[in-house]
Design a protein around this ligand. Structure first.
Ligand SMILES: [Zn+2]
Length: 111
């Protein structure tokens, strides 16, 4: 598999699937408040670059968590399937909310 270290960045997000077949989107972000990393459970400070992981269920619905980029690279990427870079605009909040309102079979493929 091609290395995805360094992704996502400001121009490109990642998308793929969890082991359970839910869509996963991994997006570069700056924290607006204090978060706890879901990889190591340590803190992500305000203003820190990190990644937002957005899940979109097969049947619809969304949830998200915040991760240190390195924790995502080490823990999350190896558990995910078919991760690939896509243009960051594909992963806008509006686009992902819209995807979450449809079951998986009725979503258009991200470019
Ligand atoms: Zn972490």
């Amino acid at each position: 598999m091609k290395s995805l270290n360094g992704f996502p960045n400001r121009r490109q997000s990642l998308t793929g699937f969890t082991a359970d077949g839910d869509e996963i989107w991994i997006i570069r972000s700056i924290s607006q408040k204090f978060y706890k990393c879901q990889g190591c459970y340590d803190s992500i400070e305000v203003g820190a670059e990190h990644v937002v992981v957005q899940y979109i269920g097969r049947l619809g619905g969304t949830e998200h968590s915040h991760w240190h980029q390195r924790c995502a690279e080490e823990i999350l990427y190896p558990q995910s399937r078919s991760l690939r870079p896509v243009a960051a605009k594909e992963s806008s909040r509006g686009n992902l909310e819209k995807r979450g309102r449809r079951p998986a079979g009725r979503r258009r493929k991200p470019r």
